[in-house]
Write a protein that binds this ligand. Sequence first.
Ligand SMILES: C[S@@+](CC[C@H](N)C(=O)[O-])C[C@H]1O[C@@H](n2cnc3c(N)ncnc32)[C@H](O)[C@@H]1O
Length: 264
Amino acid sequence: MALKHHLDVKVRFDQQVDNSASYIVPFIEHTAALRPGMRVMEVGTGEGGVLVPFINKGCWCLGVDLAPERIEYANELLEPEVAAGKVKFQCINIFEKDFYSQYKGSFDIIILKDVIEHVPDQEKFIPYLAEFLSPAGIIFFGFPPWRMPFGGHQQVCRKKWLSVLPYYHILPDFLYKSILRAGGEHPVIIEELMEIKSTRISIGRFESIVRQSGLNIKYKEHFLINPIYKYKFGLKPKLQWKPITFIPWFRDFLTTCVYYSVGK
Ligand SMILES: C[S@@+](CC[C@H](N)C(=O)[O-])C[C@H]1O[C@@H](n2cnc3c(N)ncnc32)[C@H](O)[C@@H]1O
């Protein structure tokens, strides 16, 4: 069952804006107060809505994404801001040499919201991202830990029962795939879900990659109820009960979203 926000670009854009203003900006400001002139890059920007509150605070923003159609929407939805030079959107792989030489060491804030769990080889990707930071810069990561009830992103399934069934994404690949096939899920969706499974990331693995990359965790918040569930399911966002956040492995099953600020 596809949710409305998957079908309606403007709805998704508005949700990105609201989520960013209500949760991401206040979270980042625990570590770095936003000031006009700051340089912000969002990797996996989608329609660009997350950047709107940063643009409104006078930051210069760059949004990059691998999906050309989403960059087109971003350029349309933020046409006046793009024309005014407040934001730029690029469909580009940040591993390209020219991109690296143009932007190395130049961002005060880098944002990855619901993106790191889609990226292969995070052990290489995270230290590479850090090369784009200014000396006091921070990277914001927000993502659903792999073992949470819907960490497989199964909500994208077109078959309703497959989209609301929790935890079955944790089964071995062949069993997970068999259930999706037996449930009549579309092959394209099955392929997408298997790809997400291959790039899965847990809280412990994320923290250990951050440390191995020579970065420090400056601030973190774990959520029992992900802030974006407000739009998806009408639920009130809720932080995780603190003692659970200290229990490795177990916490992953009950934590639907984590936010991290990391820096050098
Ligand atoms: C789930 S969407 C999140 C979009 C947006 N950040 C939001 O929160 O609504 C993930 C986005 O990341 C993009 N993406 C995945 N891997 C990427 C990469 N290596 N570089 C840039 N974008 C990437 C995808 O194309 C997709 O638009």
